[in-house]
Design a protein around this ligand. Structure first.
Ligand SMILES: [Zn+2]
Length: 65
């Protein structure tokens, strides 16, 4: 099974062929490696946002009780 990250990369290669474009912010890279590194940054940011969201939800449930 492919991760979301791998699906994005494959989708970009199929659609654009030679140009590698970021799925999230539409930034263009001339190598797959550069796009890969860039997408890793997005993945990290997403993880951090989800952690923050979970922490906020915990805080909210505590204050509401
Ligand atoms: Zn991007």
């Amino acid at each position: 099974m492919l991760s979301d990250f791998e699906e994005i990369l494959i989708g970009m290669c199929v659609t654009l062929g030679m140009i590698h474009q970021c799925y999230y912010c539409e930034q263009i890279f001339n190598t797959k490696e550069k796009l890969y590194q860039h997408l890793e940054e997005h993945a990290k940011t997403k993880d951090e946002q989800e952690k923050e969201k979970q922490q906020n939800e915990k805080k909210q449930s505590k204050t509401s009780q």
